[in-house]
Design a binder for this molecule. Structure first.
Ligand code: PEP
Ligand code: MG
Length: 874
């Protein structure tokens, strides 16, 4: 089995389709070299070798070293330079690269191959200052990454030297200074490890390879994978490549760019460039870079080639690319390319533009926007940005758009802890490092003092669609005092600030947020998704306002209207509901229901009006009745109910006792209510038909569908269906007109799924209530699962929260089986799902593949479901 894959201009073992084996970086280097772009020659050690390394007790498996040496041979021949040779020195970079990008999470070593002999050779070839600068950088990086010596130990020596020479900038250090520094750095090794710096270049290479493989299994890499749910990878590849130098004076430089603006999608190169610098200076945000025009002016030929390469790569990959490059003495070298991470806004615009440019077709474009991207687009923005202008205390780079408000914290641990307490935290750091990912994820927004648009904080936040302002030079962060100084102002831990990730503004206090506006590009894009998908997308909406929002987001009807949600809309309503549930006799209950009828009728009218021409599925009352009791201690509750209902205290006590339940989720709820109190169903159905007829008489097109909840036996359903038909007949006769309607049921009890064929003889449609179905299939109470779920997730007993991501194996099997059995009994049975999973992309894909007719989800997730349904169709 081949484990080492070489790449050089026109001579490659790999290509872009080999990501799983070569990692993203390795596969793309091979691809760029094979299409003739200038890539420094090198070789990639495969991810399978990493897997073997881990299994082999973290040491190189047999035979691999020999293969690596063959790879080295290839590079040496191609370059005419040799590792460890002082007259023709070859220096290497050693970089990680897994199949899925994990920015900054794993290790890299640059300038490998230097020692006292080689540096002398390099000095006579390329100048003393350059050679010793490279050497001290290498000693620092190798010491830190491979030998585990803190970077600060080297930094201290550097600062000491600068202070003694009264020098401010690193660039003011002379060759002699750097030579002195190299000696100090070598002493750091002895102090920290008790041994000397390993000067044999092959030994250096071996240690660096081990370090990269080890970094795959580091705590921060593991944490990043778990947060991002990255599973099933073999390991990281190692890319060993000829070094090229951006720090060889003013005809050299290094940069990173996106072929289009990753925030807005605008078709214009978007990047940063540093003259006379190495790549790490840009990525780490240590020096604040300049824009690409600098390069255009200083190195026009290299710039022209770069622009051409960007076009070639976009055509080759049919995507917006993220590129790293270096110019060494006016010659351009491509160091890396990959599909560029982008915001939701960027993703939609790029997809639409690329279709218009003829680069991709609509079906391909559909896959260029992730459902999570839409989630970002649907995220809140500030209500009125011009209103807070006088509260803007600083402006940084608009690194990741959207708006965030929260309380300031200064460490990743605090961000996680505050988040766990239900607080909204803004993480403020001088700059973030990969160690901070947990806190960055937990924070509502991120603010950093240093670093450009491609700094760690910016890239990671954009990937998550999290609001981030980076490179905010106006702020001084004092970690030990937990404060940040902005001009005259001092902000302390716990103070509220607001961030505008789209403008880079830092604003004092809490600014009101509003939902985002949807663009015409999004409309175009979604229209393609709608043409492609087969699965219908409905919304769960309980009020006329929600119904309108759902319709605006493209819902094709209402799949679930939870009637009880309207009961809390006003004091009068909830009082009437309480009278109803407190009623002891049929007559009392009837009187209370009569009070409720007009409220329900007017709500239904509003919803039918909003959904003119589309089906509306209304569910009969479902929740356990105790949910409608007042909150507080018993005495308080009794007091309130006594005055509201006019019942005696004794009566109230005894009624409350009857209403209290041990397991309300499995208790007196769902159709059990409507069967025990038929007058309840009668009232609701009466309200539905009165509203339907009144609107249809006004010229609206109404398709009411009445849904019976929590059915376990066909007899239960039959009872309620008969009642619905009886009431329908009565109301039709009373109003002298009629309309067609459907009666169906929720399938949310496993028994109902098992006897779906019998249930289907009574039901015109099924709607899977996957919330309850998950609860009852797993036996996890929806209310208490939070107590042990985190433990299950941490231990890998569950891969994801089954209430969020559908359990396809168990719950999914019930859904497939019930759909088949139901349709066998009633071929035209309409089947959908209305649990929370209806807006979760992987679950939506499952429902589409299982042949369901529709999903129903909350209004703001409708676009996500529409896209997920289209993606599964292509
Ligand atoms: C369900 O159980 O999935 C459902 C939609 O109903 P509810 O969440 O109201 O119980
Ligand atoms: Mg339910």
């Amino acid at each position: 089995m081949k484990r080492v894959f070489k790449f050089g201009k026109g001579n490659c073992d790999g290509n872009k389709s080999m990501k799983s084996l070569l990692g993203g970086k390795g596969a793309n280097l091979a691809e760029m070299a094979s299409i003739g772009l200038s890539v420094p020659p090198g070789f990639t050690i495969s991810t399978e070798a990493c897997q073997e390394y881990q299994k082999n007790g973290k040491s190189l498996p047999e035979g691999l070293w020999e293969e690596i040496l063959e790879g080295l041979e290839f590079v040496q021949e191609d370059m005419g330079a040799f590792l460890g040779d002082s007259s023709k020195p070859l220096l290497l970079s050693v970089r990680s690269g897994a199949a899925i990008s994990m920015p900054g999470m794993m290790d890299t070593v640059l300038n490998l191959g230097l020692n006292d002999d080689v540096v002398a050779g390099l000095a006579s070839k390329s100048g003393e200052r350059f050679a010793y600068d490279s050497y001290r950088r290498f000693l620092d990086m190798f010491g830190n990454v491979v030998m585990g010596i803190p970077h600060s130990s080297f930094e201290e020596e550097l600062e000491k030297l600068k202070a003694s020479k009264r020098i401010k900038q690193d660039t003011d250090l002379t060759a002699t200074d750097l030579q002195e520094l190299v000696e100090q750095y070598k002493n750091v090794y002895v102090k920290a490890t008790g041994g000397k710096f390993p000067s044999d270049p092959k030994k250096q290479m071996q240690l660096a390879i081990n370090a990269v493989f080890d970094s795959w299994d580091s705590p921060r890499a593991n944490k990043y994978r778990s947060i991002n749910q990255i599973t099933g990878l073999k390991g990281t590849a190692v890319n060993i490549q000829t070094m090229v130098f951006g720090n060889m004076g003013n005809t050299s430089g290094t940069g990173v760019l996106f072929t289009r603006n990753p925030s807005t999608g605008e078709k214009k190169l978007y990047g940063e460039f540093l003259i006379n610098a190495q790549g790490e200076d840009v990525v780490a945000g240590i020096r604040t870079p300049e824009d690409l025009d600098t390069m255009k002016n200083c190195m026009p030929d290299a710039y022209k080639e770069l622009v051409e390469n960007c076009e070639i790569l976009e055509r080759q990959y049919k995507d917006m690319m993220d590129i790293e490059f270096t110019v060494q003495e006016n010659r351009l070298w491509m160091l890396q390319c990959r599909s560029g991470k982008r915001t939701g806004q960027g993703a939609v615009k790029i997809a639409v533009d690329m279709v218009n440019e003829g680069l991709v077709d609509a079906r391909t474009a559909i896959k260029m926007v992730e459902p999570q991207h839409l989630d970002q687009l649907l995220h809140p923005q500030f209500e009125n940005p011009s209103a807070y202008k006088d509260k803007v205390v600083a402006t940084g780079l608009p690194a990741s758009p959207g708006a965030a408000i929260g309380q300031v914290v200064f460490s990743a641990e605090d961000a996680e802890a505050w988040h766990a307490q239900g607080k909204s935290a803004i993480l403020v750091r001088t700059e973030t490092s990969p160690e901070d990912v947990g806190g960055m994820h937990a924070a509502a927004g991120i603010l950093t003092a240093r670093g450009g648009m491609t700094s760690h904080a910016a890239v990671v936040a954009r990937g998550w669609g999290k609001c981030c302002v980076s490179g905010c030079a106006d702020i001084r962060v004092n970690d030990s005092e937990k404060s940040v100084v902005i001009g005259e102002k001092v902000i302390y831990e716990g103070d509220w600030i607001s961030l505008n990730g789209s403008t880079g503004e830092v604003i004092l206090g809490k600014q009101p947020l509003s939902p985002p506006a949807l663009s015409s590009d999004l409309e175009t894009f979604m229209s393609w998704a709608d043409e492609i998908r087969k699965l219908k997308v409905m919304a769960n909406a309980d009020t006329p306002e929600d119904a309108l929002a759902a319709r605006k987001n493209g819902a094709q009807g209402i799949g679930l209207c939870r009637t009880e949600h309207m009961f809390f809309a006003s004091d009068e309503r909830i009082k009437a509901v309480r009278k109803m549930i407190m009623a002891v006799t049929h007559e009392q209950r009837k009187a209370a229901l009569d009070l409720l009828l007009p409220y329900q009728r007017s709500d239904f009218e509003g919803i039918f009006r909003a959904m003119d021409g589309l089906p509306v599925t209304i569910r009969l009352l479902d929740p356990p009745l105790h949910e409608f009791l007042p909150e507080g201690d018993l005495e308080q509750i009794v007091g309130e109910l006594t005055s509201e209902t006019g019942m005696s205290e004794d009566e109230v006590y005894s009624r409350i006792e009857k209403l209290s339940e041990v397991n309300p989720m499995l208790g007196f709820r769902g159709c059990r209510l409507g069967i025990s109190y038929p007058e309840l169903t009668e009232m609701q159905v009466r309200a539905i038909f009165q509203a339907s007829l009144s609107l249809s008489n006004q010229g609206f097109t109404v398709f009411p569908e009445i849904m019976v909840p929590l059915v376990g036996t066909p007899q239960e359903l039959r009872h309620q269906v008969n009642l619905v038909h009886t009431v329908a007949k009565t109301v039709f006769a009373e109003m002298g007109s009629s309309l067609s309607y459907k009666v169906g049921t929720m399938i949310e009890i496993p028994r109902a799924a098992l006897v779906a064929d019998e249930i289907a003889t009574e039901a015109e449609f099924f709607s899977f209530g996957t919330n309850d179905l998950t609860q009852m299939t797993f036996g996890y109470s929806r209310d208490d699962v939070g107590k042990f779920l985190p433990i299950y997730l941490a231990q890998g007993i569950l891969q994801s929260d089954p209430f969020e991501v559908l359990d396809q194996k168990g719950v999914g099997q019930l859904i497939k089986m019930a759909t088949e059995r139901g349709r066998a009994a009633r071929p035209n049975l309409k089947v959908g799902i209305c649990g929370e999973h209806g807006g979760e992309p992987s679950s939506v894909a499952f429902f589409a593949q299982a042949g369901l007719d529709y999903v129903s989800c909350s209004p703001f997730r409708v676009p996500i479901a529409r896209l997920a349904a289209a993606q599964v169709a292509v």
